[in-house]
Design a protein around this ligand. Structure first.
Ligand SMILES: C[S@@+](CC[C@H](N)C(=O)[O-])C[C@H]1O[C@@H](n2cnc3c(N)ncnc32)[C@H](O)[C@@H]1O
Length: 273
């Protein structure tokens, strides 16, 4: 167990919130994601997840959206076994281990240099898994990835930390780099951004939020005309809700009746290009 945490900047430190969410989910009676590596990482780092005071609802929420993004990536890879996978702002997520792609897939985790150094230190190497130490707003980093294969691009917990202009430039750069592919990320509604600024579990990231949020799942199609919406996944309507603890399940099922209300919670937005 480490006693010295990596010297992360505040934006890099946001990775602990999602890492802790997945680690705590793994402890639940019925985990939604079941990611034992997340728990091992927290232990190796000696990180105190208690500081977020994450209750069951946000814990499950973090795990649930990660599970949906995993599913999208896994299905794409099943159809394109020679694909490229990208996790934008990967933090210390162990997605590539959960998805377990065949070695014919090249998977890239991209984050700031200090985060990538920590990943390299803490996570085992695996065939086909690569890391790119870069600022995603730097226009040159995609050159490190061959642009001749279909790509599945996921971003979990990233959007809120980029301005709409930065997100637009990033998406256009990527959809222009690869011949075809899919992109998926958790959406942040305007309400979700407001709530993230005020909810005690996420107040640690409040000052770092740079996206105003958006409510229309077609909005990214306007940012990048190559994107076409495949699906807006409202987590309230997904089958995993059946595994939620009783009170949360009841509330989530009630919320599921209203699209507008469901959008106030977490959505996973899925596009093709
Ligand atoms: C909330 S964390 C999510 C991390 C990871 N996706 C997860 O689910 O655990 C946001 C991540 O985005 C990274 N990030 C934010 N802005 C970035 C940028 N401009 N370039 C590279 N990484 C960035 C942060 O360093 C951090 O690891």
């Amino acid at each position: 167990m480490s006693t010295t945490l990596p010297a992360f900047t505040p934006i890099e430190e946001t990775l602990y919130l999602t890492l802790c969410g997945r680690a705590l989910d793994n402890h639940l009676r019925h985990p939604i994601l079941a990611d034992p590596m997340a728990e091992q990482l927290v232990h190796k780092l000696g990180y105190d997840c208690g500081r977020f005071r994450l209750s069951t609802s946000p814990t499950i929420n973090i795990a649930h959206r990660a599970r949906k993004l995993d599913q999208i990536a896994r299905r794409f890879i099943a159809r394109h076994p020679h694909a490229v996978g990208l996790d934008l702002g990967a933090g210390l997520d162990t997605r590539v281990f959960r998805i377990d792609p065949p070695p014919t897939v090249d998977w890239y985790d991209i984050d700031f240099p200090e985060v990538i150094a920590t990943r390299r230190h803490l996570l085992p190497a695996r065939a086909g898994a690569h890391a790119i130490a870069a600022d995603l707003t730097d226009p040159d980093w995609p050159d490190a990835v061959g642009g001749d294969r279909p790509a599945v691009i996921v971003a979990d917990g990233l959007l809120a930390f980029l301005t709409p202009d930065e997100m637009t430039a990033l998406l256009r750069r990527l959809t222009g780099h690869f011949p075809s592919g899919e992109a998926a990320f958790n959406g942040y509604s305007r309400f979700a951004i407001w709530a993230a600024r005020h909810y005690h579990g996420t107040q640690s990231v409040a000052g770092l939020l740079r996206s105003p949020g958006f409510d229309d799942p077609h909005e990214p199609e306007r940012w990048d005309p190559r994107l076409q919406l495949v699906d807006e996944i409202l987590l309230t309507r997904e089958p995993e809700v059946a595994q939620f603890p009783a009170a949360l399940r009841w509330f989530t099922r009630l919320s599921a009746h209203s699209t507008a209300w469901s959008r106030k919670g977490t959505t996973v937005l899925h596009y093709r290009f």
